[in-house]
Design a binder for this molecule. Structure first.
Ligand SMILES: Cc1cc2nc3c(=O)[nH]c(=O)nc-3n(C[C@H](O)[C@H](O)[C@H](O)COP(=O)(O)OP(=O)(O)OC[C@H]3O[C@@H](n4cnc5c(N)ncnc54)[C@H](O)[C@@H]3O)c2cc1C
Length: 384
């Protein structure tokens, strides 16, 4: 058993957690990140598969919010690409017909996103016009603080999420943040005299004055004096197929939403920024358990997915599958009751990580400004 000491123990290593770790380290604190997986990055870590060593593990998108793209390019030095009008999203809905749609018709994309699916269905079932749906989405954008007077510009990492995680790794080194991978914190002792907290994993015990966790990165149990409480969570699986296809179409796409499909949830063309070879593309498609169970034994799933991509026009009719890898992630989400339980202890800081990376970045400025000695950044660009 190895013993470690730090000021702040950060549980989990998604970018959301790493931003917090780096922000704390910049204030001169000794920060240790404990990650249960062998790689850092959470769902932003690139996938390691048999055929390909590195690829985004799921379709990703970073929403336009104040300061976020500037932060990624100026502070982290990342090369970003603009997603242009010719990168389309696909959707199949009776209201709009089965066709491709420009990505910059952003409001419509928003209506297709997960949390809006039900609203989208209700509106379109009720015969609502696209104008009405646009209005609904605009009001959501306004509520989220997005400028309404500007055309949203969508930007993404030119070299995928691997580059993003590497740039965060460089920041961790620069600011002397200690990182332990393969160390899942199972029990967190709180109220330990002299230190405050001890995090226990299979191979290590980490003493800390404060602990940072979030709704997907938390211990199994909190032990407090003579009482232990097991935290409760729900779990969900995300399955991604990483497919290489030979394709004679000249138009790569960026991100596609399939609100009506039983098999495909989202699809992205990982060659959008950097083509891997002429006529060859790497696609990543997420499926949910429902689709997999429904199709269990009902056909060759990669073949069925390719067919559906072809039918929606994102892949050429004569495209050929070169290789397929399955990447599955099981994820825990803490219940509200357990979140409240964990938050009650002085020194536990709970990061808001729902609603996407862009939102977390903006919220992180609040996390930083909560600290009395911290400056008061107004937007994401000031965090690191
Ligand atoms: C498939 C998928 C795609 C997504 N795509 C986008 C996107 O395109 N844009 C966007 O803005 N958001 C996206 N999200 C939302 C995503 O939730 C956030 O962007 C962000 O990754 C959330 O970070 P997190 O720390 O909450 O969770 P995660 O990214 O899941 O990271 C949690 C990490 O904590 C580790 N961990 C958990 N418990 C412990 C423990 N006890 N000890 C040590 N380590 C632990 C896990 O191993 C994992 O590495 C996506 C989510 C999923 C599931």
């Amino acid at each position: 058993m190895k013993l470690h000491t730090c000021d702040d123990l950060v549980i989990g290593s998604s970018p959301v957690s790493l931003f917090a770790a780096i922000a704390l380290a910049k204030e001169g604190r000794h920060v240790l990140v404990a990650e249960g997986d062998t790689d850092i990055g959470g769902v932003w870590a690139p996938a390691r598969t048999g055929q390909q060593t590195v690829a985004d593990q799921a379709p990703h998108l970073i929403d336009a919010r104040p300061g976020v793209y500037e932060f990624l390019s100026d502070e982290l030095g990342l090369d970003l690409i603009d997603v242009t009008d010719d990168a389309y999203i696909a959707y199949a809905n009776p209201l709009f017909g089965e066709r491709l749609h420009p990505y910059t018709d952003y409001w419509l994309f928003g209506m297709c996103a997960d949390e809006n699916r039900e609203v989208f269905r209700q509106l379109s079932d009720g015969g609502a016009s696209p104008g009405l749906i646009k209005l609904e989405w605009e009001s959501r954008r306004a509520a989220a603080g997005q400028p309404e007077d500007r055309e949203p510009v969508i930007r993404y990492f030119k070299a995928g999420t691997g580059e993003f995680v590497r740039s965060l790794e460089a920041q961790l080194k620069l600011h002397d943040v200690e990182v332990l991978t393969g160390q899942r914190i199972s029990t967190l002792e709180v109220g330990v005299p002299g230190t405050g907290f001890v995090g226990h994993s299979d191979g290590a015990a980490i003493t800390a004055q404060s602990v940072v966790m979030n709704g997907h990165a938390f211990p199994d149990t909190i032990a407090h004096t003579d009482r232990s409480t097991d935290l409760e969570w729900t779990s969900s699986d995300a399955h991604s197929l990483i497919m290489t296809v030979d394709d004679n179409t000249a138009d790569p796409f960026f991100y596609a939403v399939y609100p009506e499909s039983e098999l495909i949830h989202l699809a992205a063309d990982l060659s959008y920024g950097e083509p891997i070879a002429p006529l060859r593309r790497t696609l990543v498609v997420t499926m949910d358990n429902r689709g997999l169970i429904q199709h269990h034994g009902g056909g060759h799933i990669p073949g069925l997915i390719l067919q559906e991509l072809q039918q929606s026009g994102l892949v050429a009719p004569r495209a050929r599958l070169v290789s397929v890898d399955l990447h599955s992630v099981s994820r825990r989400s803490i219940t509200p009751e357990s979140r409240d339980h964990a938050k009650q202890f002085d020194g536990v800081r709970f990061l808001e990580s729902r609603g996407g990376l862009d939102r977390s970045l903006v919220l992180l400025s609040e996390f930083v400004s909560e600290k009395p000695q911290a400056s008061q950044p107004e937007q994401a660009t000031h965090i690191l």
